[in-house]
Design a protein around this ligand. Sequence first.
Ligand SMILES: C[C@H](CCC[C@H](C)C(=O)SCCNC(=O)CCNC(=O)[C@H](O)C(C)(C)COP(=O)(O)OP(=O)(O)OC[C@H]1O[C@@H](n2cnc3c(N)ncnc32)[C@H](O)[C@@H]1OP(=O)(O)O)[C@H]1CC[C@H]2[C@@H]3[C@H](O)C[C@@H]4C[C@H](O)CC[C@]4(C)[C@H]3C[C@H](O)[C@]12C
Length: 383
Amino acid sequence: MALQGLRVLELAGLAPAPLCGLILADFGAQVVRVDRSPRAAVATDVQGRGKRSLALDLKRPLGPATLRRLCQKADVLIDPFRPGVLEKLGLGPDVLCQDNPKLIYARLTGFGHTGKYAKRAGHDINYIAVSGVLSKLGRKDENPYAPVNLLADFAGGGVMCAMGIIMALYERTTSGKGQVIDANMVEGTAYLSSFLWKSQNLGLWNRPRGENLLDSGAPFYETYKTADGKYMAVGALEPQFYEQLIRGLQLDSRKLPNQMSFSDWPEMKRMFADVFLKKTQAEWCEIFEDTDACVTPVLTFDNVASHPHNKERGSFLKNDQEEISPRPSPVFSRTPATPSFKRDPFIGEHTKEILLEYGFTKEEISNLSSLKVIEFNNPKANL
Ligand SMILES: C[C@H](CCC[C@H](C)C(=O)SCCNC(=O)CCNC(=O)[C@H](O)C(C)(C)COP(=O)(O)OP(=O)(O)OC[C@H]1O[C@@H](n2cnc3c(N)ncnc32)[C@H](O)[C@@H]1OP(=O)(O)O)[C@H]1CC[C@H]2[C@@H]3[C@H](O)C[C@@H]4C[C@H](O)CC[C@]4(C)[C@H]3C[C@H](O)[C@]12C
């Protein structure tokens, strides 16, 4: 596995940092999620695949010292908190990176560690709003809309942070040194939108939101409802693919306006919508099968895993609890990801084994437990 042997400490946070930890775990890293007490919190991390959990109370006197000692033997620390939180605990980069100069200290925030908003609370929608990207999302005459919490939390947050960690690990192979990564979701999302910035002069975005080529303005880059209440996705941008779309819809392009006639797009969209409503999704799939019309069914979470294409590739996996989820991406030829099929860890399930691995003696562990700095949560004992 590509990240075999990498030791990662993921401080338990909300969605973005857990995805970063999940990616590292899927590709072989030994990810320890540092949770608060099993008593104090419900495990809200639904991205715990392949991780182990250590319950450590950082608010108790020996809590920070325990984490500090763990970091001395770790390769990566993922900090999911507001700026300044770990500094208050004496666990800022100046301390931990001095203890362990090889440590990669990855800080995943919403607004970054500096700037007017830095210490503000926020969530995905706030970050994509401040990044400028949200202003581009949404249909004509409707409010901008956030595509769930995929863009900032995950694409511009968790994935971008994981990429930063991998690049810092690569750099460390020559320098031998770690460093601090300021991964924040505003700039991560903005960075993802570089194409929107760089294509400003191509005439792709000259019109108001929802009237452009790729933002639901164009009739040939849109979704359409079918007779059975499902949807088809159409992405026939190039003329040669557009021609195949028109043929599949059994329309005559000679009687239609030019493909790029902006002013005719609303009427063309109405015409396409009427045609798509005449057949079921399965019938349209049959018509567009083996064509380059760029027309595909809009699959749902109920049928995506069993769709012939995804099934053939094994794009989704089912764990021991029969839960379906996407397999890790990308696919490696020689060192593929090895996602765990076990259930996610309970908070504190692995406290003892992790501390032993990181060099704590049984006596030290017993002392920390008696002081309630750490907690054990052995699910077998709970049965
Ligand atoms: C599922 C929902 C979330 C969906 C994703 C959402 C759309 C997002 O965008 S998540 C991205 C959020 N932003 C970031 O991650 C950026 C960086 N982080 C932050 O900015 C902040 O952490 C924050 C704004 C996200 C939260 O601020 P908060 O003040 O809570 O925390 P911090 O300032 O960071 O400080 C952390 C403090 O905690 C202490 N700490 C940390 N670890 C430990 C430890 N091991 N021991 C002791 N103490 C520890 C640390 O010292 C800090 O203390 P101080 O403040 O004193 O310094 C979910 C969104 C809301 C959820 C629901 C909600 O929480 C209510 C219920 C709660 C219940 O427990 C479970 C059910 C809920 C309904 C819950 C369900 C879901 O989880 C949510 C809906």
